[in-house]
Every structure is written in structure tokens, then in C-alpha cells.
Design a binder for this molecule. Structure first.
Ligand code: CUA
Length: 187
């Protein structure tokens, strides 16, 4: 939501800037002017405009770059490993393990994940590409990554709210794609 808002504001500012610059160029134009002087003046404006754009770019990057998810993925050491495998058309999740590979949960009961612990989902697929998306009770997407055959995508996440979370497939994978849903409990 925030990203869309920022993108909208940036676009609006950009459009207004284009209008202002165009207006300024038009208002400053003299009726008779040689091609050389016009060229020279425009080149000067272009140089300034370029510097302005670079300044805007640097400011925007420095403000927003830290919000990219990549940093949070390397900054946190996961405490538990959660294997995830997508198949047509269901999810296989678990067994959850500690970092030495010891299973935390015996048997194949309902998936329960610990609250407040950094978890590393190791996401893959057995057959075709799937999309691993975790949604909270309100239907808000919390984390997601692709589930691809032959690859293990690592996704680190710490649940901060207990409750029921829904895992949905986020990539069309065939006739029963919509039923590729499961629930995990966080407590
Ligand atoms: Cu699996 Cu869509």
C-alpha cells in the first residue's frame, strides 16, 4: 500500500515537474532566435535537469533502498528450518527442524510453527512451478517466494502474531491450482 502511494506521489511530482519545465521553456522563448543560441540554452537546461534528476534519484534510493526485503533475509540467523514442497495440488510442509536437522515435531500432525523465532522456509517443488504465499487471518500477504523444481528458495520470516495462517499457491499450476491451500498455526 505504502509502495503504491510513494510510486503515485513520485509520478505526480514528475508530471508536475515536466509541466513546470515545459512552461518555463515556453515562457522564456523569444520570438526570433538563432538555432545556435537555442541549442546552447537547451543544452544548459538539459545539464541542469540531468543533475536535478540525479539528485532526486540518489535521495529516493537512499530513502527507500533499506526497505527492500533482501537485507532482512541476510541480517537474521534462522533458528528453525521449515521444508516446504509444492506438488499438484497440495503443500507438504515440515517436519520443522532445528539448525542441526533434529525434528522439532514428531509425526505428521497439524503444522505448528513457533512464534517470535526466525524461521527459514526452504521452498521447492516436485513437479511444476508453484508460488508459496503465506497469508494472515485477514487475508493479507505476509511473505512469498516461488516454489521451483530443482531449486530451494530460502525465505526467512519471524511470525510476530499468533494465529492461523493460510498457505496459498500464487502461481497458476493447473486445473486445481485454486485448491492448493493449507493452514499453519503459529503459537
Ligand atoms: Cu500450485 Cu498453483
Amino acid at each position: 500500500m505504502m509502495a503504491i502511494l510513494i510510486a503515485g506521489i513520485v509520478m505526480l511530482v514528475g508530471v508536475i515537474a515536466i509541466f513546470l519545465i515545459t512552461g518555463w521553456l515556453i515562457s522564456g522563448a523569444k520570438p526570433v532566435e538563432s538555432a545556435e543560441s537555442v541549442t546552447a540554452r537547451l543544452y544548459k537546461v538539459r545539464g541542469r535537469y540531468f543533475l536535478l534528476l540525479m539528485a532526486v534519484l540518489v535521495i529516493m534510493l537512499s530513502v527507500t533502498l533499506s526497505n527492500l526485503p533482501y537485507r532482512s533475509q541476510v541480517a537474521v540467523e534462522p533458528e528453525y528450518i521449515v521444508p516446504v514442497s509444492g506438488r499438484i495440488w497440495y503443500w507438504e510442509i515440515g517436519p520443522i527442524q532445528d539448525r542441526d536437522g533434529n525434528p522439532l515435531q514428531a509425526g505428521s500432525g497439524p503444522m505448528v510453527l513457533p512464534l517470535g523465532k526466525p524461521l527459514e522456509f526452504q521452498v521447492t517443488a516436485e513437479d511444476v512451478n508453484h508460488g508459496f504465499g503465506v497469508y494472515d487471518e485477514a487475508g493479507q500477504l505476509i511473505v512469498q517466494t516461488q516454489a521451483m523444481p530443482g531449486y530451494v528458495n530460502k525465505l526467512v520470516h519471524t511470525f510476530t502474531e499468533p494465529g492461523e495462517y493460510h498457505v496459498l499457491c500464487m502461481e497458476y499450476c493447473g486445473i486445481a491450482h485454486h485448491s492448493m491451500v493449507t493452514t499453519i498455526t503459529v503459537e
